[in-house]
Design a protein around this ligand. Sequence first.
Ligand SMILES: *[C@@H]1O[C@H](CO)[C@@H](O)[C@H](O)[C@H]1NC(C)=O
Ligand SMILES: *[C@@H]1O[C@H](CO)[C@@H](O)[C@H](O)[C@H]1NC(C)=O
Ligand SMILES: *[C@@H]1O[C@H](CO)[C@@H](O)[C@H](O)[C@H]1NC(C)=O
Ligand SMILES: *[C@@H]1O[C@H](CO)[C@@H](O)[C@H](O)[C@H]1NC(C)=O
Ligand SMILES: CC(=O)N[C@H]1CO[C@H](CO)[C@@H](O)[C@@H]1O
Length: 945
Amino acid sequence: MLHPSLTLLLLLLLFHPNAGDPNDAKILRQLRNGLDNPEQLPWPDEGDDPCGWKYIFCDSNKRVNQIQPKGLNLSGPLPQNLNQLTMLFNLGLQNNRLNGPLPSFRGLSKLKYAYLDNNNFDSIPSDFFDGLQSLEVLALDHNNLNASTGGWQLPETLQESTQLTNFSCMGCNLTGPIPQFLGSMNSLSFLKLSNNYLTGDIPRSLNDSALQVLWLNNQQGERLSGGIDVVASMVSLTSLWLHGNAFTGTIPENIGALSSLKELNLNGNNLVGLVPRGLGDMKLGKLDLNNNHFMGPIPDFKAATVSYDVNNFCVSKPGVPCAFEVMALLGFLGGLNYPLNLVDSWTGNDPCGGNWLGIKCNADGKVIMINLPNLNLSGSLSPSVANLGSLVEIRLGGNDISGVVPGNWTSLASLKSLDLSGNNIYPPLPDFKTGLKPVVVGNPLLNGGAKTTPSGNNNPSTGSGNVDPSGNTNSNSSSSDSHETKKSKRKQLVSIVAPIAGVAAAAFLLIPLYAYCFRRRNGGFQAPTSLVIHPRDPSDSDSAVKIAVANNTNGSISTLTGSGSGSRNSSGIGDSHIIEAGNLRISVQVLRKVTENFAPENELGRGGFGVVYKGELDDGTKIAVKRMEAGVISSKALDEFQSEIAVLSKVRHRHLVSLLGYSTEGNERILVYEYMPQGALSKHLFHWKSHDLEPLSWKRRLNIALDVARGMEYLHTLAHQSFIHRDLKPSNILLADDFKAKVSDFGLVKLAPEGEKASVVTRLAGTFGYLAPEYAVTGKITTKADVFSFGVVLMELLTGLMALDEDRPEESQYLAAWFWHIKSDKKKLMAAIDPALDVKEETFESVSIIAELAGHCTAREPSQRPDMGHAVNVLAPLVEKWKPFDDDTEEYSGIDYSLPLNQMVKGWQEAEGKDLSYMDLEDSKSSIPARPTGFADSFTSADGR
Ligand SMILES: *[C@@H]1O[C@H](CO)[C@@H](O)[C@H](O)[C@H]1NC(C)=O
Ligand SMILES: *[C@@H]1O[C@H](CO)[C@@H](O)[C@H](O)[C@H]1NC(C)=O
Ligand SMILES: *[C@@H]1O[C@H](CO)[C@@H](O)[C@H](O)[C@H]1NC(C)=O
Ligand SMILES: *[C@@H]1O[C@H](CO)[C@@H](O)[C@H](O)[C@H]1NC(C)=O
Ligand SMILES: CC(=O)N[C@H]1CO[C@H](CO)[C@@H](O)[C@@H]1O
């Protein structure tokens, strides 16, 4: 029942004309009065209502929510209490001459857009980023921040801005390494940090990141260094600028995986190796490879604009192959990770004509000797050397080479001498039929380091006059190297090489390891601290109301029947999508192990698809394993299976259940999810009594609604492509321990067509009771069908009633229809509220807002329904209101959602020294997570009025 005073309160809240906020006006005046040119802001000196002032916009409560004086040549400082404008969501101060210290933005929890770029601010407080939880765009470029105190580093609190998509801070005096935590900011799409003083490498944590733009070019000072392999996993990249740094190693072989890439600038680094064929084939708009140490042939580039000057290519014409021997020697160099002194010496297309360091040829111009002792070479021996059939002698003593001697080296028919002493060669040694005995003294893994008789110096005298890097002094090299100490080796090395190779040799001493260190992704494993699950609520017999109806293009529906389990229709998006989630693949063996061979006692539930088991890794991490039953592997089920993988490997969001892995070995079809300990929302909403649970409080329901809205917003607009869920309902909303909600079950997801108004005709799928009318009637689906379902879920949260219940009186069987009748009548609405809720005065305001939103979302015309972003905007302030009473809010349990199961398992096994060999650890290209785009539209129109 609605108490009269509640009605009054409600009316007051709704209709009292607010008079503007005096404090907001005060701060704006302070801003203006602090300027050197206040006349640029023609604001009145009197009055409490700033809402009509030029460049100022307000929300419906007449609080200032936008300040937009951009490009006005404003000069002077900002007031330090700017963050008292607590409703601020869009701040456009760019392109002025504002100076002095930036005020702290701490606590501006509504702030979405902050453009502070191109000013003269000179410092930034360390609490600037605290609590900017709505921040989506932050531009700080071209401000000399903290220059007088040696620059600054990004505070970790920036992580609180989980919605951040655009962060640019070019020329803003950043120092130190690129922070690891940027890798866990799943929304981040545009990261521009050019022209700073950054050092170190590209953090491994950015592996698989959804970045579209990554600009790290032109660092000053020490510059960025290390390998660039990690970029090959950032498959959303469109623009990658790494020029003007000190990056080393090779271009990753799988760079071609970056199928969206349009611009790649690698100019002016220390990159080495061959240009991968995949890069040549990429249809880039612009490719810049100038000023590196690339070798081998120049590919026939497909890029529109390409430049590759100042490198070590063998020939200058694109598409022309190198000489056979050159390729064999470059293979050898690649095995040794392209040491720079050799890279810069082995240029041109003739190993015998160009003074190649350590290469000797005979009079016929054939390579007969590789003579590179004591050069600190590391890496391994390449089988490509076997292609140099004329080789007589190989001297590589006193280096740091590891790995085996390739088996096909035994085919070198002329080889008389192979000195590998003083390295770290692994057994077994291949059997040289010619009777050749390699010199392997001083290799700890061979013969336990025991001494063998060196084969002596079989110095061929037929040389063509190439310079021998070891000159005269190496006559005793091979036999005595192993006895030398490291120190004396170095000394010898310097004295031998320096006169010949000069600066290059010195440089190479400083750069011991190349690509190999970076080639393997074993870096940043962190043991997951907790959990993960899953899908359908076992107690929920929802499959009975799923409809499976073939509709046809003329829009008529033949039947609308409740059907049994496993009969959902789906054209899946798997149809046209090859599964791209290679690194999510996991072996059945591992899954058997963690579920104790799919033991019945680990069963969490059964659905149309199969059985869900709980699994537990040795470290206690729980996972949910959904195994398709052999009997139901129909083509439809397979579609759903594929769709689920295709979608979940593309989208990752904290309000969407994460797919951690899958298996398709033999007949098995298994999906692995994070474990959601509280199960489905339906259990807590409709079946709490029978499960002996507490009913959900209003606060929790609001939080859940917001979480779901965020997940759906992401699916609709923020993901790389727009997806339609098609089956949103409480049994597909799963709850974590802290009652954080996540949307699950992506088996019916469709890719939304391009363009707002477009719709796609599909076979009807979904669940009766949640289906939007236009979809049920015509089969045409847009994201607005999900909005409809969301509206129904809101009604369920409000009333505790199921969307469809044939046991209810006829007029209220279909919740959405009934709710429309009662929602505008306050008395009826109050009476409809879930009796499990204890509705207090302060709750009623939010109840009305939710009722209103539920109505809006279920409007008959799809075009009249809001988008999910609107729902988020309506819900967020309500949840905010409850914050003070909330003890379990934004605490996320520290799961690394970006980590596929196989990496978890691998890390866990490595930690315990277990055998990994049976695992299927595909290291190919990987999941494609979050990536919001194109915010310009939504923010220009969103001035809140
Ligand atoms: C900006 O203001 C300064 C003085 O405050 C003035 O000298 C300058 O000409 C102005 N520039 C423009 C483009 O208005
Ligand atoms: C910038 O410098 C100020 C003054 O030295 C310092 O208090 C502040 O913490 C620095 N900012 C950051 C983000 O480190
Ligand atoms: C040696 O092995 C490499 C790599 O397997 C191969 O490309 C090459 O042709 C082989 N050479 C000979 C002579 O067997
Ligand atoms: C985010 O950055 C991208 C790329 O620079 C840009 O196109 C987009 O307009 C930016 N969004 C906003 C809201 O500034
Ligand atoms: C690390 C550091 O403080 N770098 C620079 C910040 O900006 C000023 C002005 O451009 C430079 O002089 C500093 O070297």
